[in-house]
Design a protein around this ligand. Structure first.
Ligand code: SF4
Ligand code: SF4
Length: 201
């Protein structure tokens, strides 16, 4: 995620290229968390942090989850889209992410809320960003994942964009200063986009 060039995108904010499709893709998040059924890739640092609080996580798990820590993660793999350069996937247990409980709640989020901390304190950044993702150094739509979900996809009757639907998540990821830059880029992109539509249509 360092500076450089990208074969498709020009705008880069906080070391990440921006796929402008996020500004126009119509979307609303309206299901019970089907996205968690496939697990997630965590950064090695996030993986280490999660294992560091295992004693607080285990008591919150129910009978559909494994309390055996060695079953929580897949083997690590190299991936430049992760800050440490290493990604570690969460295992699927009982057809859902190892951290998803029987009520569809993420145990990592549950713990943070119980402690009175920010709800995403322990949650992997790729969980927070979904249905957006970072792919080959660019913030983009995770179409590979949303295509295999039943309810989570392009919603043609929806008037909000995926960018608007993910406002809180993007603000969390970029921070206020960089989010303001992203918003400025959105305004520039959309005004050029709609003037192009008006000219051609
Ligand atoms: S992101 Fe998609 S799958 Fe996940 S809760 Fe929202 S609509 Fe459901
Ligand atoms: S870590 Fe939590 S939010 Fe992420 S996929 Fe697993 S259950 Fe879902």
């Amino acid at each position: 995620m360092e500076s450089g060039t990208h074969p498709k995108f020009t705008k880069q904010i906080k070391g990440v290229f921006i796929d402008p499709q996020i500004f126009t893709f119509p979307f609303s998040c309206a299901c019970a968390g089907e996205c968690c059924n496939y697990g997630v890739y965590t950064d090695l640092t996030e993986h280490d942090n999660i294992l560091g609080i295992k004693d607080k996580i285990i008591p919150l798990m129910d009978e559909t989850q494994s309390k055996n820590v060695s079953k929580w993660f897949e083997p690590p793999e190299e991936d430049d889209d992760f800050e440490s350069g290493i990604a570690v996937g969460t295992e699927i247990i009982n057809n859902k992410c190892t951290f998803l409980d029987k009520n569809g709640l993420c145990t990592l989020q549950k713990l943070a809320i119980m402690e009175g901390e920010h709800k995403w304190k322990y949650k992997p950044i790729f969980c927070i960003l979904f249905p957006l993702t970072i792919f080959e150094g660019a913030l983009t739509i995770d179409d590979e994942h949303i295509d295999r979900l039943k309810t989570c996809n392009k919603n043609p009757v929806q008037t909000t964009s995926i960018y608007e639907a993910c406002h809180e998540e993007l603000l969390h990821f970029f921070g206020e200063k960089h989010f303001a830059e992203l918003d400025e880029y959105k305004n520039e992109y959309l005004s050029a986009f709609y003037s192009g539509v008006a000219k051609n249509g």
